[in-house]
Design a protein around this ligand. Structure first.
Ligand SMILES: Cc1ncc(COP(=O)(O)O)c(C=O)c1O
Length: 439
């Protein structure tokens, strides 16, 4: 079994994270429960930052808060001196509530509303990543009406799509995001933005995919961007102060995944940008990146209580837990794979392969299809690893199941950072048809 960060088996044969026995955590906070290994998040954050520092490159490492956003998480990101990427008014609101330094917030999204742009401008956030022509026009008019200015990056689609070990280069990227680099959209957008007295164009942004285990896609994206930057140096007298190459650095969910160390992604990106800068005699831009999954993914573990069991003879043993697609929709949505252990019997030898089912009324609500475990019985505690990214963030109330709490563990201390939802929370927004609606 592969243990991430501070996870290990203690003398009682229990899974321990952050110096705490997960069986005791489950007793104290109930199940399902998301547990985050804070030391591992800090280690990952420092790893990214340190690589840029060691190589003497000015950079911003922005945590993509879509992976997991909460006030406590945003505060932790601030403690580690990272920047923050938000993609909605809600994520921005969370950052503001956490008192995150506004100048280090970047706002993404392919359909930001007028209200969201107004909010970003009101708080004078660091930059807005403009995604399309509609937004360019809207932002201009919102700036006018608020009599203010903003820094922007233009999101471009360089025609590279990367996922795991594969990347494809397409002449015309079929994506809902960004200005196409090849068909003239990006140049047109840059021309409009440069002519605006309300926007200061810091540079370009791209994000080529997720769970990427190779650096080639990032390097090709950088090459394609520099080809265009070279043209625009002459034609538009534009030099990019910032080049943001997005996130997508892969992590290990199962032994099928072999990610590179963070330092390698960063070092190879820097080397390529330096090469391009030399080739075209340009100034070195600041390099920004936006890791989400690779900062928090393997730091998260979900604890579930085992309940019912169903045997389909000669076919499958279903073992059901007290959560499922309501707290982790990734297996149902992306066929994502996970590893797990029985946290209260972590030293026992595995003796059967079972399928972990969720409790939602949906046949597709399976967390893991095949996992070897010691024969799980009801009330055993199942720990599913690597649920820190897009777990709580994508959690939902399907079947009116309350969302689980989130606890941070570090150095033998547990800190509740998101409370468990209650049944009252579930009906908080409901209105009765028996009462008069006041509005
Ligand atoms: C623009 C952008 N930046 C960063 C990320 C974070 O990606 P990951 O969590 O794979 O690092 C995403 C994910 O969708 C994204 O769309």
């Amino acid at each position: 079994m592969y243990f991430h960060g501070t996870s290990k088996v203690n003398a009682r044969g229990h899974l321990e994270i952050g110096g705490l026995d997960t069986v005791e955590l489950a007793e104290q906070f109930g199940t399902p429960l998301y547990v985050y290994d804070v030391a591992l998040i800090r280690e990952r954050a420092r790893g990214f930052k340190q690589t840029f520092e060691n190589l003497g490159v000015t950079a911003q490492v922005a945590y993509a808060s879509k992976a997991f956003s909460s006030i406590g998480m945003v505060q932790l990101v601030d403690e580690e001196g990272l920047s923050l990427d938000v993609v909605s008014g809600g994520e921005l609101y969370t950052a503001i509530a956490a008192k995150f330094p506004v100048e280090r917030i970047h706002f993404h999204g392919n359909n930001k509303s007028k209200e969201e742009l107004e909010m970003a401008l009101k708080y004078k956030i660091g930059c807005i990543v403009v995604d399309n022509f509609y937004e360019l026009e809207l932002l201009e008019s919102v700036c006018e009406s608020m009599d203010t200015n903003t820094k922007i990056l233009l999101r471009v689609t360089p025609g590279v799509e990367a996922h795991t070990h594969e990347y494809i280069t397409t002449g015309q990227a079929d994506s809902k995001f960004g200005f196409d680099l090849q068909n003239g959209q990006a140049e047109k957008a840059l021309t409009i933005a440069l002519a605006s007295s309300r926007m200061e164009v810091l540079g370009l942004h791209c994000h080529i995919g997720s769970q990427i285990f190779e650096t080639a896609g990032f390097l090709i994206a950088a090459q394609k961007i520099f080809e265009k930057l070279n043209e625009w140096k002459e034609s538009l007298a534009f030099e990019s102060e910032v080049l943001n190459l997005g996130g997508g650095f892969g992590i290990r969910y199962t032994n099928e995944d072999q990610p590179l160390p963070a330092a390698q992604y960063v070092a190879e990106i820097i080397e390529e940008v330096q090469k391009q800068v030399e080739k075209y005699a340009m100034n070195m831009p600041e390099i920004w990146i936006e890791p989400g999954r690779s900062l928090v993914g393997d730091a998260g573990t979900t604890l579930y209580k085992v309940g019912s069991r169903k045997e389909v003879p000669n076919i499958r043993q279903y073992v059901a837990v007290d959560g499922g697609m309501s707290d982790n929709i990734r297996p149902a949505l992306y066929q994502a794979k996970y590893e797990a252990v029985l946290a209260n019997r972590a030293l026992e030898t595995t003796c059967e392969t079972v399928s972990i089912a969720g409790k939602c009324c949906e046949s597709g609500d399976m967390l893991i299809w095949d996992i070897p475990l010691p024969k799980p019985g009801s009330d055993d505690l199942l720990a599913v690893f690597c649920t820190g990214a897009y777990g709580y963030a994508m959690a939902n109330n399907y079947n009116r199941i309350p969302r689980p709490p989130v606890v941070f563990v570090e150095n033998g201390q547990a800190k509740l950072v998101v409370k468990r939802e209650t049944y009252e929370d579930l009906i908080r927004m409901d209105l009765s048809i028996k009462e008069k609606i006041n509005n």
